[in-house]
Design a protein around this ligand. Structure first.
Ligand code: V47
Ligand code: SF4
Length: 381
């Protein structure tokens, strides 16, 4: 690392701030992103990670459901969407949804992750029925569903406020919201990659509303395309600000852009170093987020495992039936067994803990499970 005298002093200040748990500013974040080497960044992030989560690394047993890939929008980075009349287009029936839920029950999944396209012809009630069908079939299964892009679309279709949409979904069985749709908040980039869909303000407002209604949610960033350090750090600062206000975010998930079959296929896929840097920077900046997720489906098992020493404390889950990344060229397996997740975590020198969506400890006996004693901060060693 070739830092001049001034920069060395800046790094010393940041190091002291990380050690004492002081907040890192926007300018310091950009400095870390642009100038500081990966091992220094990783060391700082690991301090924060171990202070918050000790030696634990979390995972969950989950299944994905993308009820339709037909979408009115055309985000340039998306390989998953299909036109209404395309041969690739599909839409789940109620029976198909029930079948997926039965599969979740048989495998002992605690969570179903539901996101999809904004179908030209499906009304709000169809989306509501997706949630109630799952809930009626297996009420113990936590439903983590719909991004603000979808909530915003439902509000547009029904001409009702987004708060009403969220309340209807909660009544049908919604348990929390995933982190998708955030992409890059800064308009300089957002306008290039997804100009038509819900903007940054609307994404943040809907999460605020969800938190105020008692829902927990996640947040993401889509990196590794046209964005620069200032856009990445701006994104993190906006999330940190909302988290100061509501405390409703649980985990942050950096998502690397996968170029295959997208409208941005000229961009090379992010390298392992870029992935680790994004994980570490997130851990350092997001001082009020409890968890940083290394989503193994997107990173690959090896980088996700390494990320457990660069700020991440969660690998996501067994993840059966993932489509969004595989449509965009991900070469990762379709799912991982619990044994494989344990192996990845233990080899990284961490202690595997199965959690539910709300980060409660799961006690498991085959496909049956119950909520265990909390993993207390005092038991983190
Ligand atoms: O919003 C779409 C991203 C997101 C591509 O909350 C792409 O636990 C890279 O949000 N290359 C959906 N990324 C996935 C998501 C998520 C995943 C795992 C866990 C959680 C959680 C949330 O996927 C979209 C978009 O940002 N995406 N296409 C692509 N080609
Ligand atoms: Fe549609 Fe979501 Fe893909 Fe955008 S990212 S085109 S909103 S499915």
């Amino acid at each position: 690392m070739n830092l001049n005298q001034n920069e060395q002093e800046q790094l010393a200040t940041i190091t002291r701030k990380v050690e004492t748990g002081e907040r890192i500013t926007f300018d310091e974040g950009v400095f870390l992103d642009e100038k500081v080497d990966i091992l220094t960044l990783g060391g700082l992030a690991n301090q924060v990670r171990e202070r918050k989560n000790g030696n634990f690394a979390f995972y969950n047993t989950n299944i994905h459901l993308n009820p339709t890939n037909v979408c009115v929008y055309r985000c340039k980075f998306c390989a998953f969407r299909a036109d209404l009349k395309s041969e690739r287009g599909y839409t789940f029936t109620e029976d198909m949804i029930r079948e997926r839920v039965q599969e979740a029950r048989a495998s002992g999944a605690t969570e179903i992750h539901v996101v999809g396209g904004l179908h030209h012809q499906k009304k709000f009630d169809w989306y509501l029925d997706v949630v109630s069908t799952i809930h009626d079939e297996y009420p113990e299964l936590h439903i983590k569903a719909w991004t603000p892009v979808e909530i915003n679309w439902f509000s547009f279709m029904t001409k009702k406020p987004t708060r009403w949409v969220l309340e209807q979904m909660m009544e049908a069985g919604l348990g929390s919201m995933p982190g998708g749709g955030a992409e890059i908040f800064h308009p300089e980039v957002r306008e290039k990659i997804c100009e038509h869909k819900a903007d940054a303000q609307s994404w943040l407002d809907i999460h605020r509303e969800a938190h105020n209604l008692g829902l927990r949610s996640n947040a993401t960033i889509l990196y590794g395309h046209y964005e620069e350090a200032k856009h990445r750090v701006d994104h993190l600062c906006r999330l940190r600000e909302l988290q100061d206000e509501t405390g409703g975010f649980q985990t942050f998930i950096p998502l690397a852009f996968h170029p295959e079959n997208t409208g941005m296929s000229e961009i090379p896929k992010a390298s392992g170093l870029t992935d680790l840097k994004m994980i570490a920077l997130s851990r350092i900046m997001l001082d009020n987020f409890d968890h940083i997720k290394a989503y193994w489906i997107m990173l690959g098992e090896k980088t996700a495992q390494t990320a457990l020493s660069f700020g991440a404390d969660d690998l996501d889950g067994t993840v059966v039936h993932e489509l969004i990344y595989h449509d965009a060229g991900a070469k990762t397996p379709e799912g991982l067994t619990v044994e494989m997740l344990h192996r990845l975590i233990k080899e990284a020198g961490r202690i595997p803990v199965e959690r539910d969506t709300l980060y409660r400890h799961i006690v498991r006996d085959g496909a049956s499970w119950s909520i265990g004693e909390p993993i207390l901060a005092s038991s983190v060693s």
